[in-house]
Design a protein around this ligand. Sequence first.
Ligand code: NAD
Length: 359
Amino acid sequence: MNKTVYQIAVLPGDGIGVEIVPEAIKVLKQAGERYHLEFKFTEALIGGVAIDAVGKALPEETLEICRNSDAVLLGAIGGPKWDQLPAQERPEAAALLPLRKALGLFANLRPVTVYPALIGASTLKPDIIEGVDLIVFRELTGGLYFGNKARRPIESGEEAIDTLIYTTPEIERITRLAFEAARKRRKKVTSIDKANVLESSRLWRETVIRLSADYPDIELEHMYVDNCAMQLIRYPKQFDVILTENMFGDILTDEASMLTGSIGMLASASLGGQVALYEPAHGSAPDIAGQKKANPLATILSAAMMLRYSFNQESAAQAIEKAVVSVLDEKYRTGDLMEPGMKAVNMEEMGDLVAQKLV
Ligand code: NAD
């Protein structure tokens, strides 16, 4: 049988990035064997290692490789070695934001799934988090982080200005993605804003309501961001798809990550342009880098998202997710998830166990 061939740009980056990405590749290859998919991996430099090698955190060659691929798999970037660089030259600012911009990635998707086997690993009570399965759609290229900034002297000191701008098309495109996703899930969208005080939020809410007419099968609910922050830990099961703007999403996704127990479990996808990007939600974890201690599951689950969203290979995506669940059910744990009575494994062993489930 002819295999479908997918080109994947691989950007391991710094710290644990170089360790966890090969684990995800191992699992992807195994899933490929089972579902007759062929992956061609092209590795490129990004982050601190790119600064050291060629003097730029995001080399033009890396961008070209990404643009010519079907999807991008990223590890993590940054670390103490590059912390003393000026803010705009540090790996995160000089590589991640320009990469998202260059690829037109306006939507960040972060699923928050509480696995039954890991309920004890969360700081929240089991009955609150049991069965939580939500996904946040965060707008990624507009709002306060991208608006004009200024500082100017005033009589009593200084004045600082950040500009919060949203346009109708920016709101429409992420709203449509969220509604489409809800159709494949439990058919509920909760749109988060601060429409009681912010004009950009009023436009956000009006736009979401207008588009909702095209999705009569989806239940739409609006919630102020302060209430959402409270509801996420009070009764997180009420959420299916959360739709929100850039800064609210930044804060709420970090809060939501605590429902799952470890940041090492959180996958993410950034969509919008021709080529989407998949990466774990965590950073380069310099404190455990090079010791095979990192949990590779967030990266492996990001690879599953790639199969789902970029390649439309739902069965293969689900097979990886099920493999992760059964390895956890069998009590295997990396250090970040370790509890009494569980079986400790290192990063490579965890990757092997997931891959073996796909044979
Ligand atoms: P971090 O996510 O790297 O680490 C926070 C804590 O979580 C650490 O104790 C770390 O050991 C642990 N941790 C993270 N991932 C883990 C995993 N897979 N398995 C087990 N434990 C894990 O955040 P930080 O320490 O604030 O940042 C470290 C560096 O990463 C900084 O340079 C930061 O700027 C960068 N960073 C990069 C990204 C990215 O590449 N997208 C995101 C966040 C932070």
